[in-house]
Design a protein around this ligand. Structure first.
Ligand code: SF4
Length: 329
C-alpha cells in the first residue's frame, strides 16, 4: 500500500496569547497513513494529536516540515488545488450536538458541502443526500428534520453522512464516540467499520480510547508533548508496547496499573518548560536504568528491525529492554 498522508518532520509552534512564551505543539513528527489504513493518534491532552490533524486540515499554520496528501506537498498547492484536496478529506468531530447547526435541516446540512464544492443542482443534491442517509442507517424521511429532533447517536450518523458527502478518501475522526452512551458508541463504531470496508476509506482517529484503537485501527502513533514516542502495528502494540509511556497508558486502560505505572498519573510538566533530555523522564518508572542519559539526552525515534515496522524513542531500546517492556509489572 502507498501512503495517502505523510507528515514529514512536522513542527507546529504557538505563541501564548498575550505573552512572549512559545510552545511547540508538534515537534518533528514524521508519520504516514496508508491508503485504506486506519491510524490512531493517542496521548494525553496536550500531546499534539489534535494539532497534527488540524495542520492536515489547514486549520493551523505549520512552522516547519511538510505534509503530503496523495504524494503532493500541501504547502506547494495553489488555493484551487488545496480546495480540491479538502474534498478528499472528511471530518467528524467529537460532539454531534455542537458540530451540526441547529437551525439547518438535514437536507441543508447535507447539501451545504456539496454546494460549496460546486454541486448546486438541487435534484443531484437530493439524490446524494438520500444515498448518504441510507449509507449511515437513517431514513430518507429524516431529511426534513432538524438536529434537535435526533438522539446523540443519530446526530453523529448525520455528521458522518455530511463528512462523506464529497466522497472523501480519508475521514479524520476526532474522538467520534466519546460524547455518546456506551451502547451507542458500539453502533457508531460498527457503522464506521462497515463504511471503511465498503468505501475503501482511510481513517485517522484522534482518541484517548485504547479500546477503540484495538477495535478499529491497524496502526498506532503515541505522542508525548508533541513528540512521537512510539509507532507500531496495533496487534504488536497490544501484545508488547515498546515505550514506557505507551506501556503505562495501556496498563492504565486495562486497569492493571501498579506502582510502576501509576507514576504516569503524576503531574505533567508545563508545555512551556519541558524537562531536558527525554521529556518523559520525571514521570518514567525506568529512568534510573538510563544511567543519566534520560535526563541529559533526548532519545531519537529509532525504527526496529523488520518485520516489526515499529519505532520507539527511548534510551532503553536495546532488544532485551524492548522485550522487558512487553511484560508489565
Ligand atoms: Fe524512560 Fe529514559 Fe526511556 Fe525516557 S529515555 S522513556 S526516561 S527510560
Amino acid at each position: 500500500m502507498s501512503a495517502l498522508v505523510e507528515f514529514v518532520d512536522l513542527v507546529v509552534r504557538f505563541r501564548e496569547r498575550g505573552g512572549a512564551r512559545e510552545l511547540t505543539a508538534v515537534d518533528g513528527v514524521t508519520l504516514a497513513l496508508e491508503r485504506g489504513g486506519a491510524l490512531a493518534l493517542v496521548g494525553e491532552s496536550g500531546s499534539g494529536k489534535t494539532t497534527l490533524a488540524r495542520a492536515l486540515l489547514g486549520l493551523v499554520p505549520i512552522t516547519g516540515g511538510s505534509i503530503r496528501f496523495g504524494g503532493r506537498e500541501l504547502g506547494a498547492l495553489t488555493a484551487a488545488e488545496r480546495r480540491a484536496v479538502s474534498r478528499r478529506i472528511g471530518v467528524v468531530f467529537q460532539d454531534p450536538f455542537a458540530s451540526l447547526d441547529p437551525r439547518m435541516s438535514v437536507a441543508e446540512l447535507l447539501a451545504e458541502p456539496l454546494a460549496i464544492h460546486g454541486i448546486s443542482d438541487v435534484r443531484e443534491q437530493r439524490a446524494r443526500s438520500f444515498a448518504l442517509l441510507e449509507a449511515v442507517g437513517l431514513s430518507t424521511h429524516d431529511i426534513v428534520r432538524h438536529p434537535h429532533e435526533f438522539s446523540g447517536g443519530q446526530r453523529q450518523r448525520i455528521a458522518i453522512a455530511r463528512a462523506l458527502a464529497l466522497e472523501p478518501e480519508l475521514l479524520v475522526l476526532d474522538e467520534p464516540t466519546s460524547a455518546l452512551d456506551v451502547s451507542v458508541q458500539a453502533q457508531i463504531l460498527n457503522l464506521l467499520a462497515s463504511l471503511r470496508e465498503r468505501l475503501g476509506l482511510a481513517y485517522l482517529f484522534i482518541t484517548h480510547d485504547l479500546g477503540l484503537v484495538h477495535q478499529m485501527c491497524d496502526s498506532i502513533a503515541v505522542l508525548y508533548f508533541g513528540r512521537l514516542v512510539e509507532t507500531n502495528r496495533v496487534a504488536s502494540f497490544f501484545r508488547e508496547p515498546l515505550h514506557p509511556y505507551a506501556r503505562a497508558l495501556l496498563a492504565l486502560a486495562r486497569r492493571e496499573a501498579d506502582a510502576r505505572e501509576r507514576i504516569v498519573a503524576a503531574e505533567a510538566p508545563s508545555p512551556f518548560a519541558l524537562p531536558t533530555g527525554c521529556s518523559f523522564h520525571p514521570r518514567c518508572p525506568r529512568r534510573a536504568e538510563g544511567g543519566g542519559r534520560c535526563e541529559g539526552e533526548r532519545p531519537p525515534l529509532l525504527e526496529l528491525a523488520l518485520p516489526s515496522r515499529a519505532s520507539v524513542a527511548c534510551h532503553l531500546r536495546a532488544p532485551t529492554a524492548v522485550s522487558d517492556a512487553g511484560n508489565p509489572r
